[in-house]
Design a protein around this ligand. Structure first.
Ligand code: ADP
Ligand code: TRP
Length: 321
């Protein structure tokens, strides 16, 4: 069986449609009998930025509810919280002792923080090593992620190779699984959609709020009758993800010929977004807290068992008697 694993950090109260099309949709589509799927919430990683107990707890439960609402099925996937498998921090330590400083200095989460003049904590610097431990401890082969995580998966691969070289064949070499068309979903300002840029549209947000955000998508100042290039339009890029094929075609044609204003296109985008996510929005309402607790309790048992087996081998191989 192919082990497929991915996670998202609960650093906001909800995921956004960039997370969905970049990562979570793949998680859902990969749920097949021939795959062993593991999906978790990276709450240890979230600690690098979230410093409030309530916020971390609330974010974690909300995102877990979204995982289920999007279609992750506990019967087909092991769904769990990173912190329910503390062995992963032990493996991160062992990998730390193999990770060159230079490799982590080049990692983009840390580099970006430095470039923005932010004060980085050691956790942020070490973020890719903990992520490598997440990936390697379950012997994952495929890691479905958006493009921004590619470098992190490559670091995991490097560290697996280093470990295997020093201590003998132990870890499978993982590969990122990136969907070409949705590698980077743009936010309403045209930058990469991100929880931390406040430019995102959430699949489960209140209709009014979603409307406000979509209506504020950045455009140029071309008038209704003027021809517009669909390739340059954030509206069209988002519509291509959520819209029905005939609707996408109509908007693209009207943009090319002239005859559709940005306001009307945004209204169409809102309607299509709501329609696309309607089944998931309905499911969201029906998931109970009790159900969530039972899902992660089961998931933790399964995930931890695999992690403990790996750690048993790792401890033996590195000489921790
Ligand atoms: P954020 O940047 O919003 O904090 P995360 O870093 O938690 O998002 O990413 C969670 C997952 O979603 C990762 O696999 C990431 O690659 C993917 N992802 C995040 N933003 C986007 C985007 N704008 N387009 C495509 N994938 C994305
Ligand atoms: N770094 C990922 C993000 O920002 C979250 C994550 C942590 C992850 N551990 C992982 C993703 C392991 C894939 C595999 O969203």
């Amino acid at each position: 069986m192919k082990v497929i694993l991915s996670g998202i950090k609960p650093t906001a109260s909800s995921t956004h449609i960039g997370n969905y099309f970049g990562a979570i949709k793949q998680f859902v589509d990969l749920q097949k009998p021939e795959n062993e799927n593991l999906y978790f919430l990276a709450n240890y990683h979230a600690l690098t930025t979230v410093k409030s107990k309530k916020e971390l707890e609330d974010n974690t439960w909300a995102m877990l509810r979204e995982y289920i609402a999007y279609g992750l099925d506990p019967k087909e996937s092991t769904i769990f919280l990173q912190s329910d498998v503390p062995e992963v921090t032990e493996l991160a330590w062992i990998l730390n002792c193999l990770a060159p400083m230079g490799l982590l200095e080049r990692a983009h989460a840390y580099k970006d923080a430095m470039a923005k003049g932010k004060e980085a904590n050691v956790g942020l610097f070490d973020y890719p090593v903990l992520m490598a431990a997440d990936i390697l401890i379950y012997q994952s082969i495929h890691v479905p992620v958006g493009k921004d995580q590619k470098q992190h998966v490559e670091i995991a691969r490097d560290l697996a190779e280093k470990f295997n070289h020093h201590f003998g064949e132990t870890f499978v070499l993982p590969e990122p699984l990136i969907m070409k068309e949705t590698a980077t979903v743009p936010g309403i300002d045209g930058d990469k959609m991100s929880k931390s840029y406040n430019n995102f549209v959430g699949a489960f947000e209140d209709e009014k709020e979603m409307g406000k955000k979509i209506m504020s998508i950045k455009t140029d100042s071309l008038g209704v009758d003027e021809a517009k290039d669909p390739e340059q339009s954030i509206i069209v890029q988002l519509l291509r993800l959520v819209g029905k094929p005939d609707v996408i075609k109509t908007v693209e044609e009207k943009f090319r010929k002239g005859g559709m204003g940005y306001g009307d296109a945004k209204k169409i985008l809102l309607a299509e977004t709501l329609e696309y996510f309607a089944p998931m929005r309905n499911r969201y309402e029906t998931v109970s807290q009790k159900e969530l607790e039972s899902v992660v309790a089961d998931g933790a048992k399964k995930a931890r068992k695999i992690a403990q087996e790996t750690m048993h081998e790792v401890r033996r191989k590195v000489g921790l008697v």
